[in-house]
Design a protein around this ligand. Structure first.
Ligand code: C2E
Ligand code: CA
Length: 773
């Protein structure tokens, strides 16, 4: 509302002032002029000083405000003289020269603008424009203002202040021309143009004023004063527009060449107008015409050069910009790819690749008293988890576990990375790295004992951790990781949630394992493998009940490699599958041979790995072998050892059921040592339970072992299963087992595993077991 009233009043004041100018009314003009100048000064101050953020441009605002303010003061003094003192202001020194102060301030403001604008202009272009404009102006002034009259020049020169004002006007005018026409890198915002238009009107009016003042008759409050008012008003409008403009579009870079085309026209109009004016109005002064045309020609030739170089400069700049942009994009892409390369997709931790780079750097810059300890962590059962819960849940679990490990690693100044599908590595550096790594390992085991909740499942994870230390265990980076891995495998072999530090002994074991693995891959079964048989006897009288076939490997016919050294490797490498069929076939063959020789058939048990049981055609192939050698299925026994896999695999359960249908006897091996023996007893379709040697060893001394055996025997009996005790080494053990009503026994006390020939000699032919005892 207030704003509306203000604008209405202001408009009315302007209209009234215009009326005063048109009617040359001194009273109203002298009264309203200071009022308007005051408002203008305030607007200029507000827009160009108060709201100006760029400090150098604030100076421009201050100068413009002072120009307007000094004019306002002069207007007041003028008014006082005419309306109150009734004296002639044109005879007063202050009023005569006071107005020139505005020119000086205007010049200072222009200087600030020049200083700023030149940064955005092409300097050579601006200079050429300035020269041609100045020449044209000088000629026009000489011809039209001074009428080629030295006297008029001298008259003006005598009045020093007027002369300074005029020179300032010329300079400002020339500059405005250059500003408006010369090539700029940046398009000026709209309010700049209004400001320049105001300044232009001011200096042109000033020219005319001086001309009228000196050579004609100046009348106060005539159109000249109106023109001054218009000039100042435009500056005030510019100030208001500047505040209103949300953002100065200084970043609007326009094409230089395009700008030049439109501006060239401006320059041409101006400089072409000069010779035309001379030709039309001062026809007799042909030499000035020639002078202007020559200047124009030279200007054009030079401009041609600068334009070309400008164009090239522009092209170069564009090219540079493109190259820079391209470089930036390449850099961004490279950073992205490197990041992808360096991080693990599932866990978000650093990748193995990045870890190795970091490890290498850390080793390189390791201080003399520092160590590097490397933890190799593997999640057990990750395949079973994937199988039981699905890939998504397994990945989420992995992510959760990785977060826990990350927290622990960070807390202990370790560097962690994902090192495989279900493995992590942590590097710890420092003088106390060894102790720190053990602490970290224990912390990890402790924390991972808690349940992880993923997709509504509470999942317990178990880990195996191997630690190796630089320089204690090795001086080589690859070996450092390898040793930690080896230690981890040792830890895994010992059971779940175990930590193992690397040692030379472990290294040797692994070395040996590696050697065996290589040999195993090359071995010809018939040449180096042989089956030994260990008799099984009835507990009550020691008479023969059957045999267990046990594999023996004599490398090159002599070097004995124990089954426990190569069977796990055969399982890991998958060689157990063909080897298993070889064992079954040879055991069946032996059964047939003994039957042929003696007319008796003895039960033969073979050890079968869970890796074999998952083979889809296992039962078919077994059946075929049994048929081939005419083996009674109930006299062929398959010994299976409890493993996680058997519990979780639906395939294995299926296979066991099929075996049962086939009539093959099933024995559960090493019973009582695994963690879910009772599960087996209840769920597997077993015929015989083989109580592990570990329990038999203590049957006389340890009441718990005895109690367990007793319990197993009674449960088995309830289920209709037979029980056989393994590893019986003493008479006392045998007697004890007799008392516990065990069905059968097997052990060194009766016989060690021996070749088929020895069995024939010592057992089958004589069949005098009791006498031997
Ligand atoms: P296992 O199935 O528990 O076999 C019994 C092991 O105990 C045999 O060792 C046997 O020689 C030994 N043993 C029997 N009675 C006594 C005793 O009174 N005292 C002592 N100290 N040991 C006794 P072996 O032959 O070295 O076999 C070790 C393991 O290797 C076996 O344990 C079995 O898991 C595996 N294995 C052996 N032969 C085969 C095979 O043909 N196939 C498969 N898959 N595994 C086999
Ligand atoms: Ca066995």
């Amino acid at each position: 509302m207030k704003k509306k009233i203000f604008i209405t009043v202001l408009t009315l004041v302007y209209l009234l002032y215009s009326y005063a100018i048109i009617t040359n009314n001194n009273m109203i003009g002298d009264l309203l002029s200071p009022v308007l100048m005051f408002i203008i000064t305030c607007a200029i101050f507000y827009g160009f000083v108060k709201k100006q953020e760029i400090s150098i441009l604030k100076w421009l605002g201050v100068m413009l405000t002072l120009a307007s303010f000094s004019w306002f003061l002069c207007d007041i003094w003028w008014g006082i003289q005419t309306l109150i003192l009734h004296t002639n202001p044109e005879e007063n020194f202050i009023t005569v020269y006071g107005y020139s102060l505005s020119n000086i301030f205007m010049f200072l403001a222009t200087s600030v603008a020049v200083h700023e604008d030149l940064k955005k202009m092409n300097k050579i272009q601006a200079m050429l424009d300035a020269i041609i404009v100045s020449i044209s102006m000088a000629v026009l002034l000489w011809l039209f203002v001074f009428d080629q009259n030295n006297g008029k020049v001298i008259l003006l020169l005598n009045d020093k202040i007027s002369m300074v004002s005029l020179i300032i006007d010329v300079v400002i005018y020339a500059w405005i021309n250059v500003w408006a026409f010369s090539t700029r890198m940046i398009k000026p915002p709209f309010h700049h143009r209004i400001l320049v238009a105001g300044t232009l009107i001011f200096v042109v009016t000033d020219f005319i004023y001086y001309y009228i003042y000196y050579y004609l008759d100046y009348k106060a409050n005539s159109w000249i004063d109106g023109a001054y008012m218009v000039a100042f008003s435009l500056m005030a409008i510019s100030a208001i527009l500047k505040v209103k403009a949300k953002k100065e579009k200084l970043d609007l870079i326009i094409s230089q060449t395009k700008n030049r085309v439109s501006c060239k026209l401006g320059v041409e109009i101006f400089i072409l107008a000069s010779p035309i004016l001379v030709l039309v109005f001062k026809r007799s002064e042909i030499e000035y015409f020639v002078l202007l045309v020559t200047a124009l020609l030279i200007y054009y030739i030079l401009i041609n050069f600068t334009q070309k170089s400008l164009f090239q400069e522009k092209l170069l700049e564009l090219e540079k910009k493109n190259v820079l942009e391209l470089e930036k994009k390449v850099k961004e892409r490279t950073a992205e790819i490197t990041k992808l390369h360096n991080t693990d997709f599932v866990t978000g931790l650093y990748s193995r690749r990045y870890f190795e780079v970091r490890l290498s750097k850390s080793l390189k810059y390791l201080k003399q008293d520092e160590l590097i300890s490397l933890l190799y962590i593997e999640l057990n059962k990750s395949k079973s988890i994937k199988y039981l819960y699905g890939k998504d849940t397994a990945e989420k679990l992995l992510k959760n576990v990785s977060e826990v490990l990350y927290q622990i690693a960070i807390k202990n100044d370790g560097f962690i990375a994902t090192y495989g599908d279900d493995a992590f590595a942590i590097m710890i550096k420092g003088c106390e790295a060894e102790a720190a790594s053990e602490k970290v390992a224990m912390e990890i085991i402790d924390r991972c004992n808690e349940l992880f909740f993923v997709d509504n499942h509470g999942i317990r994870v178990t880990l195996s951790i191997g630690i190796s230390c630089y320089p204690r265990d090795t001086l080589d980076q690859n070996n450092l990781v390898k040793n930690a891995d080896i230690a981890m495998m040792q830890a895994r072999d010992k059971g779940f949630n175990r930590v193992q530090s690397y040692s030379d002994k472990i290294g040797k074991i692994t070395d040996n394992r590696h050697k065996i693995e290589v040999k195993l891959k090359k071995v010809v079964f018939d040449k180096e493998f042989v089956l030994y048989y260990q008799p099984q006897v009835y507990c009550k009288d020691g008479t023969l009940s059957g045999f267990e076939a046990l594999i023996r490997w004599f490398e090159d016919g002599t070097n004995f490699i124990p089954p426990l050294d190569f069977i796990p490797l055969a399982e890991e490498t998958g060689i157990i599958v063909p080897l298993g069929y070889w064992i079954i076939e040879n055991a069946a063959k032996q059964y047939a041979l003994w039957k042929e020789k003696t007319g008796h058939d003895y039960r033969i048990a073979v050890n079968v790995s869970s890796k074999q049981l998952v083979e889809v055609d296992f039962v078919d192939r077994l059946e075929a072998i049994l048929k081939k050698y005419d083996v009674k299925p109930e006299l062929f026994e398959v010994e299976i050892t409890e493993t996680q896999q058997i519990e979780n695999s639906i395939n294995i359960q299926e296979t066991l059921n099929e075996l049962k249908r086939l009539g093959v006897s099933i024995a559960i091996d090493d019973f009582g040592t695994g963690y879910s023996s009772l599960y087996y007893l209840k769920n597997l379709p077993a015929d015989r339970i083989k109580i592990a040697k570990e329990l038999i060893d203590n049957v006389e001394s340890d009441i718990y072992s005895k109690a367990i055996i007793q319990m197993v025997i009674s449960v088995a009996k309830m289920k209709g299963n037979k029980v056989i005790a393994e590893g019986v080494e003493t008479k006392e053990q045998w007697e004890c087992l007799q008392k516990l009503d065990c069905d059968e026994i097997q052990g060194y006390y009766f016989a060690k595993p021996m070749p088929a020939g020895d069995i024939e000699e010592k057992w089958i032919k004589k069949e005098k077991v009791i006498e031997k005892v």
